[in-house]
Design a protein around this ligand. Structure first.
Ligand code: HGY
Ligand code: MN
Ligand code: MN
Ligand code: MN
Length: 414
């Protein structure tokens, strides 16, 4: 029996936008935006909502031991599945789209199949991975890394947030300490639809990004220990000021980025002083440095240079420091055939498309080493993300979800 073609199937953008807005209620911030930190009560609300939608769609829902959610739609044959994944945890000042779009567009693909009665050859899995952001628990992409075996489950379960809460206990507390073994699916291929989170597509007037890879990520936490003292009585020559050392690290990090050039980015996102009082020279500082580059050699060079700078700063100020690696992922390249498929589908649908690498980390980078993987980007208005003003237009969301639909169904017939 020849199977009806799927090429005329299209998403229902009102339904997809409706789900995005509904999910955005879980952790909604006054004045817009979302705070749905991994394994928080708000994350539980979002998870419960997504699980309900998966069940309404008749998917077989599994929760694994690190809390990854997977909805399974059988295919005509019992083959390895096409996986459509992303995340629903957000940073504390998050938007409606980062991660959420990828998971809900996956559910929209399932809804289209249910409406049309079309059953693809291969099963399709929609996945929402635990703690992609890394904003509460480091490293980021934690759930997908455990799923793909690049992070040990027991190690991940023991990770604590800055308040001392442990992942294993938080999973149990919100009722998402699943029983399935991480890695219980053997993916045929992996797609992730995601907002670009940068300015490129909008600046160049392109509608779709066919993502070729993800840059390397290096997260380090530094704790600098000085001597607290009176701000008024302590001569400058006698100070061992952890606050000054931390500020100097931020300046040095920017200098290293400029030295390396070529797309090197460096961010000091956390800089906590203790006791953090107006008239006390800081006793200690806890800061994080996020460094990224698509070129692994240059990223290593940036790490080396920053280490040199920090050693010199702390020696000169007479303060001690310790460092801890929070995350370290090498750059990944996606499967060229999958990238080409995304570009071809976009052009067939009359969309302008450009190939580009991703500045942000994504769950897809955990799948790239183990199966054909690629991402679809849609523009971020003003290039803004990790910000409550994050916005992508309904037209761009519809365009991206239709590209995901057709690319996924093409692979599901292989
Ligand atoms: O940091 C990142 O790029 C990702 O959003 N976790
Ligand atoms: Mn994301
Ligand atoms: Mn993010
Ligand atoms: Mn990300």
């Amino acid at each position: 029996m020849t199977h009806p073609t799927f090429s005329n199937l299209r998403i229902d953008s009102d339904r997809l936008l409706g789900r995005l807005m509904s999910l955005g209620q879980d952790g909604a911030l006054e004045g817009g935006g979302v705070c749905r930190l991994a394994l928080s009560d708000k994350d539980k609300l979002g998870r419960d909502r997504v699980v309900d939608w998966m069940k309404e769609l008749g998917l077989r829902v599994t929760i694994d031991k690190i809390g990854n959610l997977m909805g399974f739609l059988p295919g005509r044959e019992d083959l390895s599945p096409v996986v459509l994944g992303s995340h629903i945890d957000t940073v504390a000042t998050g938007g409606l789209y980062d991660g959420n779009l990828g998971v809900l567009a996956g559910l929209e693909v399932i809804s289209v199949l249910k409406d049309s009665g079309y059953v693809p050859l291969r099963p399709i899995v929609v996945a929402a991975f635990t703690n992609e952001e890394g904003a509460r628990f480091a490293p980021d992409m934690l759930g997908s890394a455990v799923d793909r075996g690049s992070l040990d489950l027991e190690t991940a379960l023991a990770i604590k947030d800055s308040d001392g809460f442990v992942i294993a206990e938080e999973l149990a507390r919100i009722g998402y300490a699943g029983e399935a073994e991480p890695g219980h699916i053997d993916p045929y291929c992996f797609f992730e639809l995601h907002v670009e989170q940068g300015p490129v597509l909008e600046e160049e007037g392109e509608q779709i990004g066919a993502v070729t890879g993800v840059q390397g990520i290096s997260w380090t936490e530094y704790v600098i220990e000085g001597i607290s003292n009176h701000a008024g009585t302590t001569p400058m020559r006698l100070r061992h000021d952890a606050g000054f050392a931390a500020a100097s690290v931020a300046v040095a990090a920017r200098k290293v980025a400029e030295e390396i050039g070529d797309g090197q980015v460096v961010t000091v996102g956390v800089n906590e002083l203790n006791p953090n009082l107006v008239n006390v020279i800081a006793r200690s500082a806890r800061l994080t440095v996020d460094m990224r580059n698509i070129d692994e050699q240059k990223l290593q060079q940036a790490e080396k240079r920053l280490a040199e700078e920090i050693a010199a700063i702390c020696k000169a100020e007479g303060v001690r420091y310790t460092s801890r690696t929070l995350a370290r992922f090498e750059p990944v390249m996606f499967d060229q055939n999958m990238v080409d498929l995304i570009a071809d589908v976009a052009m067939e649908q009359g969309r302008s498309v450009r190939c580009m690498s991703s500045g942000a980390g994504h769950d897809a980078q955990m799948f790239a080493p183990v199966c054909p993987t690629a991402m679809v980007f849609v523009p971020s208005q003003g290039g803004i993300s990790h910000n409550i003003e994050e916005y992508t237009s309904p037209e761009d969301i519809k365009a991206g979800a239709n590209v995901l639909l057709q690319a996924a169904l093409t692979k599901a017939e292989e």
